[in-house]
Ligand binder design. Structure first.
Ligand code: ACO
Length: 325
């Protein structure tokens, strides 16, 4: 019998340390008014010690505990992140070691703010190919990539993680996806540069480890390419926007969410929002939204509600998944 990936549960975790806009205004030339009106962000969680694998491990442990699943049942672990602890071992391998998932294979996906959407699409394909259970987690400690003297980026991002337990089901839930990338526009968001440096290379240039972003380019991309992608995935599924119950759009900027809701002619109330609490946590925004709204009972797994999940960001990468909960 054909099997399909089903989201069994979602959990999230964010570092305890909360930094609000007033805190930032003490260390850089910014204000609560500017940040709120331009972005909708009120505060963000900023790690003081935990790294990306620590946040992801907390999510993985919660997922296992709250679903009464043993780590031995997990076949694969995928972590979407653009801020791994190391390039090797991968964040996903660290998580697998921490939770004792002895039989799981594990790998990271770097799709920046679209990373969780890419990872969920891949995880669903793994279940369709015969694996029974997997963890798909988006985890980021973006604070380690930020230039805290650059007010144009430092105020936008936060740290956090969220993820789902995917299990095999005999009915389709994750119905279709539309994933896209455009490397020709990659310079719009750049982070953690690693130039070739070795005794044989004649390279005197320094690496720029900080995240840099052309905000206007990204804003234009988000409000032009992303709404098209959202409509295209619904067309693939043969579903109209009016039939969608909730939209989980990457939390980058409230003005982007407002603009996209008008472009796709979707009721603004359908967009789940938590950017005020977390800022932009890149690959973690969508699973954190999912987890919070399952916890507060807005979303109920198994009730058949129709969701549109959309991520966009560095790469450039963007993509949507249409799923039935
Ligand atoms: N506080 C106070 N003033 C500021 C701040 C700040 N934190 N940041 C910039 N300003 C100033 C600028 O210097 C500028 O001043 P000037 O007019 O004297 O030159 C003024 O505010 C306006 O700056 P803009 O950059 O034009 O502001 P804008 O309204 O475009 O908002 C923003 C900037 C919020 C970054 C917006 O362009 C945006 O949201 N872009 C998209 C970001 C995004 O979606 N990122 C997601 C992907 S990230 C990823 O993939 C990792």
């Amino acid at each position: 019998m054909a099997m399909y990936g089903k989201i069994e549960h979602a959990c999230h975790y964010a570092p305890e340390n909360i930094v609000d806009n007033y805190d930032l205004s003490k260390i850089m030339d910014t204000s609560d008014g500017w940040i709120r009106t331009r972005t909708g962000i009120v505060k963000r969680h900023i790690s003081t010690s935990e790294n990306t694998s620590d946040l992801a491990t907390k999510v993985a442990r919660k997922l296992l505990l709250e679903t009464n699943t043993s780590s031995d049942e997990i076949d694969f672990i995928i972590v979407a992140t653009m801020t791994p602890d190391f390039m090797s071992p991968s964040t996903a391998c660290l998580v697998g070691g921490n939770i004792g998932a002895g039989k799981a294979f594990a790998f990271d996906i770097n799709g920046a703010c679209a990373g969780f959407i890419f990872a969920l699409a891949v995880g669903e394909k793994l279940i369709r190919s015969g694996y029974k259970a997997g963890l798909v987690i988006g985890s980021e400690v973006l604070s380690k990539t930020l230039n805290w003297e650059d007010r144009s980026t430092a105020v936008l991002f936060g740290d956090g993680a969220g993820g789902v337990l995917l299990k095999a089901s005999d009915t389709p839930h994750i119905i279709c996806e539309k994933l896209q990338s455009d490397g020709t526009r990659g310079s719009s968001i750049v982070a953690l540069e690693e130039k070739v440096k070795n005794p044989f290379a004649n390279n005197k240039e320094e690496n720029n480890h900080f995240l840099t972003m052309n905000g206007k380019e990204v804003f234009d991309f988000a409000t032009r390419d992303v709404p098209k992608n959202m409509i295209e995935v619904l067309d693939l599924a043969g579903v109209g926007i009016d039939q969608i119950d909730y939209i989980l759009l990457h939390q980058a900027n409230l003005r982007i969410i407002d603009r996209i809701s008008r472009k796709i002619k979707a009721d603004r109330e359908k967009f789940l929002i938590n950017i005020d609490e977390y800022g932009n946590t890149s690959a973690a925004t969508i699973p954190i939204l999912l987890s919070e709204n399952i916890a507060n009972k807005t979303l109920k797994i198994g009730d058949g509600s129709k969701l549109l999940l959309t991520g966009f960001g560095g790469g450039l990468n963007w993509g949507s998944i249409y799923l039935i909960l």
